[in-house]
Ligand binder design. Structure first.
Ligand SMILES: [Cu+2]
Length: 140
């Protein structure tokens, strides 16, 4: 059995090798043109969100918000429902949200609310499920 003459020719083998090299080079990415990542930005941005480390936690337990509070303006609060059933933490009175309520959280058992930044003034807090639940936060 004889190989076709082209495969025995050193010239043809050399041409094949060059063609393969060119094909491989075409597949590899052009590394010199990829954009440089901007230094230092992405890490700082992702670290801040959704931590309650600096928030004052108002614990709901035994169908109660606990004692009335006086807090400085700018304080960040969250509500945490430690009861085995749902509550709301709602700005309002006697189970009804205020017309201009600044928050109205539905909290399942064990759930923590979003943060509220307190402004100077008085906050009345109630639960829409248990109208007798009441908390007054005086913000100075
Ligand atoms: Cu409740």
């Amino acid at each position: 059995m004889h190989l076709p003459s082209a495969f025995r020719s050193p010239l043809a083998v050399g041409a094949l090798a060059i063609a393969l090299t060119a094909a491989l080079a075409a597949c590899s990415p052009a590394s010199t043109t990829s954009p440089e990542p901007s230094a230092g930005e992405s890490v700082a941005e992702s670290a801040a969100a959704s931590t309650n480390a600096d928030a004052t936690t108002i614990v709901i337990s035994g169908n109660s918000f606990g004692d009335d509070l006086t807090l400085p303006a700018g304080t960040v609060i969250v509500f945490r429902n430690d009861d085995g059933h749902g509550h709301t933490a709602t700005e309002g009175e006697e189970g009804t949200a205020a017309a201009d309520a600044r928050f109205d959280f539905s909290l399942a058992s064990g759930q923590t609310s979003d943060q509220v930044v307190l402004e100077a003034g008085t906050y009345h807090v109630t639960c829409k499920i248990h109208s007798s639940m009441s908390l007054t936060i005086t913000v100075e």
